[in-house]
Design a protein around this ligand. Structure first.
Ligand code: DX5
Ligand code: ZN
Length: 224
């Protein structure tokens, strides 16, 4: 795994020319594609399902990072794995039987992640840590792209990183929402390893935007 993973969120891509935008992400050096799955219940927006994920899978070898913002995710996990998802994160707020869901994801051969809304206690992550491959901290309220980064997230990233280090756990922290080259440095400095970015990557030149984000993320690493 590269030290910093950049995962463009296709939510802000041009859905009429998705393949073109995916190619630009590949050429720009993206490591993964972040796919936001919304059900209109857990979040007030609807996006796409396994069929679209399968179509993307057929056209790229990038890691597919499926962020499930849906209630009762267990019902849909098999379909997303079948569609080619490599990483699947579920929201702790939307999962009644979290341990079962995480075991299901891993059992089907995908990497399992938990996602936490901006004020959800980090204790959920502490309890679930033995069963996850990555932890996603939301830095906006889920549902829409293009929102402002919530500054309190920085403290949460630091606190989670410290706890993981104290417990000798090398679990990457993913941060999602309002990430740009303006704040990537401080986000990485706090301890994030996977950066999701939508609006900042897809407005303007995709390749240039990915490389500025990478530069900002690296700028931090070298000063550590
Ligand atoms: C929000 C999504 C995010 C979001 C990221 O519900 O989970 O992935 O689209 O996009 P930006 O970077 O535009 O906040
Ligand atoms: Zn997301």
């Amino acid at each position: 795994m590269k030290s910093i993973i950049i995962a463009p969120s296709l939510l802000s891509a041009n859905f009429a020319c998705l393949l073109q935008d995916i190619r630009a992400c590949e050429e720009g050096g993206a490591d993964a594609l972040h796919l936001d799955i919304m059900d209109g219940h857990f979040v007030p927006n609807i996006t796409f399902g396994p069929q679209v994920v399968a179509a993307i899978r057929a056209n790229t070898s990038l890691v597919l990072d499926c962020h499930l913002m849906i209630r009762e995710p267990d019902r849909y996990v098999p379909a997303f794995v079948e569609a080619g998802a490599n990483w699947i994160s579920v929201h702790v707020e939307a999962s009644t039987h979290l341990h079962r869901t995480l075991s299901q994801i891993r059992g089907l051969g995908a990497q399992a992640g938990i996602a936490l809304n901006p004020t959800t206690p980090l204790e959920f992550a502490f309890e679930a840590a033995p069963y996850v491959d990555f932890i996603l901290l939301m830095s906006v309220n889920p549902g829409f792209g293009g929102q402002q980064f919530i500054p309190g997230t920085i403290h949460r990233i630091k606190r989670l990183r410290q706890w993981l280090e104290m417990n000798a756990l090398d679990i990457p922290i993913e941060v999602d929402g309002g990430i740009s080259s303006e704040n990537a440095t401080v986000v990485v400095q706090a301890g994030a390893r996977i950066l999701v970015s939508g609006a900042a990557i897809f407005s303007g030149d995709i390749k240039e935007n990915i490389s500025s984000l990478r530069k900002a993320a690296k700028a931090e690493v070298s000063t550590k």
